[in-house]
Design a binder for this molecule. Sequence first.
Ligand code: UTP
Length: 290
Amino acid sequence: MKIRKAVFPVAGLGTRFIPATKAMAKEMLPVVDKPIIQYAVEEAFAAGIEQIIFVTGRGKKALEDHFDRSFEIEHTLMEKGKDDLLKQIQQLVPQTGTIVYTRQNQPLGLGHAIWCARDIVGDEPFAVLLADDLIQTDKPVLTEMVKKFDRLRASIAAIMEIEKDQTDKYGILKATQIEDDIVKIDDMIEKPKPENAPSNLAIVGRYILTPRIFYHLEKGKKGANGEIQLTDAMKALLNEQPIFGYRFKGKRFDCGDKVGFQMANLAFALERPDMRDKLISFIREIEKKF
Ligand code: UTP
C-alpha cells in the first residue's frame, strides 16, 4: 500500500525556545529564509505524500497562513516586477485541499499528538515527520524510507548513533543489524539514563507507521516526563509486528535546541552560493576572538 499521508505534530510547547515560542510554534522559526516546517513539508511531497496532516496547538494561524495564498504579497510583488519571488511564494502553497488541520487541545506528548490524527489517517500506513529534526542529506530521508517500506511492509523509524551521554534525550534501541542501513528493532526505551541504555542507537523524527499504532496510543499510557510517548506505543506494537530502523546518511540538526538551531542555520547558509563567502570570512574573523 502506498504511503499517502503524513502527520506533522506541531503542538509542542517549545519551552527550550522561550521567549521566541511564546506566541508562535517553534516550527515557524526560520532556518536561513524558510520556516523549519517548510523543509519537512517539501521532503514529504518529494516522497510522494499526497495529504499533509498538521496537529497544531499554538501558532496555528501563522502556520495556516504560511501554506496559504497571500494575495496582498502576490499583488505587490507582481506590481514591482519581482517575478522570481512571486513564483517562489506561489510554489510553496500546496494545492488546496491537500492540507488538513486538527488540534491537540493539551500538549500531552508526541504519542498523544499523533493519536489526534487517527480519524484523518484511517486504516492505512502513514508517515510522521518531526520538523524540528532537520536533516541535511543528498538522499531525502523520507523518500528512502518509503522505498524501504515498499520492500519490508512494516513500520520503520529513522535512526542514528548519538553520544552515549545523550541517551536521556531520545528513544533508544536494542536492535539487530540485518542490512547495511537497516536494523530490526528488538526493544526500545524512551529517554533512558546512559547507564540503563541498551545502545547508543537513537530514533530521530521520521517514521512510517502501520495504523495498528493507534490501538496502542489509544490506551493513553503516560511514560517518560509524564507524557504519552510514541516510543512506548511502538514498544507495544513490537509484540505484534516487526519494526525496522533506517540508518540515514546525513547530518541531523535538533532545531528545537538553541545550539542545534544555530548550527542548522550556519550549515544551510553555507550551502547557499549567495551567502557562503561572506559567512566564511565572518567565521574566520570571529574565530580569532575565541
Ligand atoms: P519535543 O520533545 O521537542 O517537545 O517534541 P516540545 O514541547 O515541542 O519542545 P520543548 O522540549 O518544550 O522545548 C517533539 C515533537 O513533538 C511535537 C512537537 O511539536 C515536536 O514536533 N509535540 C510534542 C506535540 O505536537 N505535542 C506534544 O504534546 C508534545
